[in-house]
Structure formats: C-alpha cells, structure tokens
Design a protein around this ligand. Sequence first.
Ligand code: TMP
Ligand code: ASP
Length: 236
Amino acid sequence: MTLMKGSMLYEGKAKKIFETVDPDRVIQYFKDDATAFNAQKKGTIVEKGVVNNKVSEKLFRLLDAGGVPTHFIERLNDREMLTKKVRIVPIEVVVRNIIAGSLAKRLGLKEGEAIAPPIVEFYYKHDALGDPLITEEHIRLLNLAEPAMVGQIKELAFTINRILTPFFQERNMILVDFKLEFGRHKGRLILADEISPDTCRFWDQKTKESMDKDRFRKDLGKIEEAYQEVLKRVCG
Ligand code: TMP
Ligand code: ASP
C-alpha cells in the first residue's frame, strides 16, 4: 500500500506523528529516545522503537478483538504504524494492580503488594507542570473531558486491564501497572498512543525482575535485553 508520508505534525519524547494524504489518518513513528522524570534524564535504548511498535500492534489487535476501540489501523514497517487521527484527551490514565513507582512513594506504601480491586488514577498531561496527579473534580475544573467521558475512560481502562492481565500472565509476566491515553475520533472516545515497555511495568513472574523502562529509570542495566525479551514473549 502506497501511503504518502507528509510533514511532521508533532514530535514527542518517544514518537513523531506525520500526516498522510488522508486527513483522517496519521503515521506514528517510534524513536529509540528514552526520557525519565519529565525529561530530566535522557538516553537511547537501542531498537526500542521497533519493540514498542510491534508490541503495541499486538496489544491493540488484542484489545480491538476484545471490543475496545483503538486508533490502530496497521503496522507499516519496523518503526511506523498507521493510525486514525485523534484529538488526544490531555489526561494520562494509570491503572494499578500492584503497588509500585509513584504510588509507593506518594503514599509510603511497600512495593509489590497487590491492589485488589485495581485502581485507576488520572494525571494532567502537561509537561510544564510535570504531569500532576488530578481528581475528577480537577478534570471538570480544567474542562479536560466531560464527566460522562471520564466515566467511559474509567470503564475502558478496567476493561483493558481485564484483557491484558491474563495475556501477560500466560507469558510469565506480571502486569504491575500501565498508562493509557485516549483520543476523540469522530465524536467517539478511542484508545490512542502506545502500550509498550515504555508505558507499562512488567515483572518477570518467577524472578520479579523489571522488564520495562524502570531498568532505564533506575539504572538497572540490561535495558535492551529486557525490551527484546518482552518482544519475544509478546510477539513470539
Ligand atoms: P508511576 O508509578 O511513575 O506513576 O507510573 C505508573 C505507570 O505509568 C508505569 O507503568 C509507567 C507509566 N508512565 C508513563 O507511561 N509515562 C510517564 O510519564 C510516567 C510517569 C509513567
Ligand atoms: N515519559 C516520562 C518523561 O520523561 C518519564 C517516564 O516515563 O517515567 O516525562
């Protein structure tokens, strides 16, 4: 399929978005650039873009089949996927199954304890403010999404968790937590962005070792190896 790649619409920390001849479709290009702590820490994870593109494809297809609408159309090559063009809702939606990361730090809780039932959190997608944790009232105050849409986001987030958790379990991985972004497309709410080792915490079932971007955030070493292992377990 020939698809004219047009000019760049947006460059983020880990991806670039290009327009196509079709005004309703864009190309999402995955970079190897890695950042942490609101880009205070910068680096490269070799072949990360390829891993994140292929892992995202697999998970978007799985979710689509499970009735979750996503922006994914098709993977074009190693680093690019074709997606629907959306208006991103500026809320980072985090689902947590196990205590880790900022939740452990903020509330003084011990990492590794199960959260039952799982919880959802909202963060305001705003680099200059450092993506602060926000409540549904703040979402209303800032007019980021209508209350009905917030309800829909929550419901979808838990549905996604119910689909992904057993998928990873079958691959000897614990889905600790993950971040989602949603977009508006033709008046409908759909899942957008990516789902990858950049945006999820995965622990090896047996060793409990991190198999995700925490290896970069915390300088744990064997970063590329962990990303390749996730690719192998997810895409076989
Ligand atoms: P946190 O514990 O640091 O709040 O992270 C929760 C989840 O969200 C974790 O799976 C990593 C993911 N995440 C992102 O995708 N982007 C971010 O900027 C941050 C801070 C976390
Ligand atoms: N993407 C984040 C940043 O650099 C960091 C993270 O994922 O922890 O802003």
